[in-house]
Design a protein around this ligand. Structure first.
Ligand code: FE2
Length: 195
């Protein structure tokens, strides 16, 4: 099977971008929220951009493609919906949503003077980073390997066509390309270290 024919190729590429933005969030937290409750100069704009990226690109678009297209294709081929790898992935998507909601709520409180909110934001952010890194490792290494064996040939192309449609309606007026651009701008503001 060639690389670009894999039913998971689009999703694997998106994982790489999501991991980069998780790194951005980690660097923002390290820079401004390292000591709980005493932020130096929290970059509220960049934190808001990270939260928007995770809410729209990672969850609405990427998890939407997984849940609405790939997982359904695997369920059609006999994989259970509520147990096994899909059940675990769906549970982790819900946990991720809760962390992003907690980050957004804490950022809102923090901008209105709630000092405890920085601690809550830092905790939710670090929980989200840890969860998503483990989650992506499991998808790439386990579920997507199974998917690439189960979905091949014309079915693979059909799945890839449906990814595109899955993202169009759910991005609150922002295109997927604009969200990728937002990620690039975050990476310019908070580049990875060269170590
Ligand atoms: Fe994923």
């Amino acid at each position: 099977m060639t690389g670009d024919a894999r039913a998971t190729a689009v999703l694997r590429n998106e994982h790489r971008l999501i991991l980069k933005v998780l790194g951005v969030l980690e660097r923002i937290l390290d820079a401004s929220l390292a000591d709980a409750g005493h932020p130096a100069t929290p970059d509220t704009e960049a934190l808001g951009d990270c939260i928007a990226f995770f809410r729209l690109f990672t969850d609405a678009c990427h998890h939407g493609q997984e849940e609405g297209v790939l997982f359904e294709a695997l369920i059609d081929r006999g994989m259970p919906r509520t147990t096994g790898p899909i059940g675990v992935m769906l549970t982790e998507h819900e946990q991720g949503r809760a962390h992003v909601r907690a980050m957004a709520a804490a950022l809102e409180r923090a901008q209105h003077g709630g000092a405890e909110a920085w601690t809550a934001l830092g905790q939710a952010g670090r929980d989200y980073i840890a969860l998503l890194r483990r989650h992506i490792m499991k998808e790439d290494g386990v579920l997507f390997e199974m998917a690439d064996r189960m979905i091949t040939g014309p079915a693979c192309r059909e799945v890839c066509d449906r990814y595109h449609m899955a993202c169009l309606e759910k991005l609150e007026g922002r295109t997927k390309a604009e969200l990728e651009q937002l990620a690039e701008s975050l990476l310019e503001r908070y580049p990875p270290s060269r170590d």
